[in-house]
Design a protein around this ligand. Sequence first.
Ligand code: NAD
Length: 263
Amino acid sequence: MGFLAGKKVLIIGVASKLSIATGIADAMHREGAEIALTYQTEKLKKRVVDFGKKWNSQLILPLDVSDDAQIEAVFEEISKQWGSIDIVVHSVGYAPAHELEGDYVDATTREGFAIAHDISAYSFVALAKYARPLMKEKGGSLLTLTYLGAQQVVPNYNVMGLAKASLEANVRYMANSLGADGIRVNAISAGPIRTLAASGVKNFRKMLNETAKQAPLKRNVTIEEVGNAAAFMCSDLASGISGEILFVDGGFNTTAMHPLDDA
Ligand code: NAD
């Protein structure tokens, strides 16, 4: 029996086989969780429904996280079908493409700033408002995905770095707010992985190369590795962990200098 047997999980963010959310769904399914999925647009629906077959998902719902009515509808349906929920995974991020290249001060616009923060940070607490009543009886776990650019400057990551900083603060404030209800809130800070969202960041391939060179493990991480860490963080095995940002990045964040022999 897997360590998530009997857990009911909502996973938001499956868009392709490369998505981090796909790695998380694979790991959680393997550990026995029952999985509900959402799709952002009608265009993505068929693909997400196809993935859902692999995980035997019975609940696959539309959800654009910028729309409160859609968030409410998703949790209403979950309440109807499941009565309660144990885990919500928020694997969602977005900033307009023009924000993610070039000089930060020049590239950042009022509109891009607002969109990046709304979709990438606010939406996590927006989900928590509806998840809380469905988790109150048994407790639960909320997990989001962040990146080192929240804490240190990464070229071209620009306004997404600010949105992720807001998301990480969100994790701490939400953990404090929801802790008394037995709900844990955490983030995984993943190293760079080639996905649809990541390809929006200019020179992403170079970021992958730099990371692999400098990380203690001398390679990049995979969605399977992030998925395994996510499954653990959301399981009862991690019952003492809340408000935490867990790095799954081959140790890259612990290093301060490029290998000097390559300089
Ligand atoms: P991805 O493109 O596969 O997934 C991004 C998901 O966000 C997609 O499913 C997309 O549909 C969804 N999304 C965007 N706007 C939305 C909206 N308005 N409503 C609902 N869904 C919306 O890319 P990914 O890399 O798997 O990204 C998942 C998360 O991981 C993001 O938060 C990203 O910032 C984070 N992350 C990615 C990396 C990386 O290098 N790939 C590293 C660290 C953190």
